[in-house]
Design a protein around this ligand. Structure first.
Ligand code: HEM
Length: 289
């Protein structure tokens, strides 16, 4: 089991890299940082990436190598868990889940290569986040027994919030408005375009319709922030100081990154960190379930 938990740590770190690389490739493909910025963003057609094509090629190669390594690690952990009998049942189930998610993402990648459909971006982002969350469970037993139900609720909120963020990115609505009031006014002027929330249709809509999605993401961030803060506070009171402080500090960082991303014109570094901080928040919360 010790050996398996060590492999789970390696998977966790590899998945942080995979999530980051996949976000980098996705954002470059939707024109983040394209030239001339920012006028090219909403009309971006894949012709003028902001990052050099060398950087994208290196990222693609690294992503393939590390993702394949993670798949092999999942198979190895599954075998170790199965061979340990009843003692390794929990680990075997989690490793099998990791394997299913990895294969699902591989199939999605093969059949949707080059797709600009927000539903595909959502599938990629959430699939990667789920893998990270499962790996976080595999590294050891739950970190704070007693907080399980609250942590499960917060994990659901984080997944929903991350899906909303991915929809903002994939609909290229990140620059449409830069505060909650502006988003609400634009959404009202556009006649509350609820179809913008449909990840199968959002790509064909005018970018301004994304103001509704971005406004909801900002509004929901208030609820999610309060929920994560309450969980962090409860973890501290339950004597889980490392988990509690890690949650509170990561949350503070995420709030600042959200504001940077949402108000100063989508710098690529901040969008990538905003994505990674979301994935790490989810992994930390899942450790508490
Ligand atoms: C706990 C709170 C939050 C979480 C978990 C979260 C999560 C996310 C995620 C996962 C994405 C997608 C990133 C990607 O596609 O790679 C995103 C995008 C975005 N978020 Fe958040 N977010 C939070 C709070 C905020 C706040 C407070 C703001 C602004 C005040 C904000 C503004 C944005 C914007 C503008 C985008 C779109 C970036 C783009 O166009 O690429 N977020 N968010």
């Amino acid at each position: 089991m010790k050996h398996l938990h060590r492999l789970a740590w390696i998977s966790l770190l590899s998945l942080v890299l995979v999530v980051g690389l996949s976000a980098f490739m996705r954002h470059v493909a939707t024109g983040l940082g394209c030239q001339p910025w920012p006028t090219c963003h909403a009309q971006y057609s894949g012709m003028s990436g902001g990052a050099s094509s060398l950087a994208v090629s290196v990222a693609r190669l690294l992503h393939r190598v590390v993702a394949t390594g993670t798949l092999l690690l999942a198979i190895t952990m599954l075998v170790i868990g199965l061979r340990a009998g009843p003692r390794g049942r929990r680990e075997a189930v989690l490793a099998a889940l990791l394997l299913v998610l990895a294969l699902g993402l591989a199939v999605l990648g093969v059949f949707t290569a080059g797709s600009r459909l927000p539903a595909v971006a959502l599938g990629n982002l959430l699939g990667g986040f789920m893998m990270l969350a499962v790996a976080a469970r595999l590294v050891g037993p739950p970190a704070a027994p007693g907080l399980g139900a609250a942590a499960a609720g917060v994990a659901v909120l984080l997944v929903a919030q991350s899906a909303g963020g991915a929809l903002v990115s994939a609909s290229q609505a990140g620059l449409v408005c830069n505060d909650l009031r502006a988003c609400a006014e634009l959404a009202r002027a556009a006649g509350w375009p609820w179809q913008a929330l449909n990840p199968w249709f959002a790509a064909g809509l005018p970018p301004v319709d994304g103001a509704l999605v971005q406004g909801l993401h900002r509004l929901a961030a208030i609820v999610v922030t309060l929920a994560v803060a309450a969980l962090g506070w409860r973890a501290l009171r339950a004597g889980r100081r490392p988990e509690g402080w890690a949650l509170l500090l990561l949350l503070a960082l995420q709030a600042v990154l959200g504001l940077v991303v949402g108000s100063i014109g989508l710098p690529l570094w901040a969008v990538l960190l905003h994505n990674l901080a979301s994935a790490l928040l989810l992994a930390l919360v899942v450790r508490l379930i």
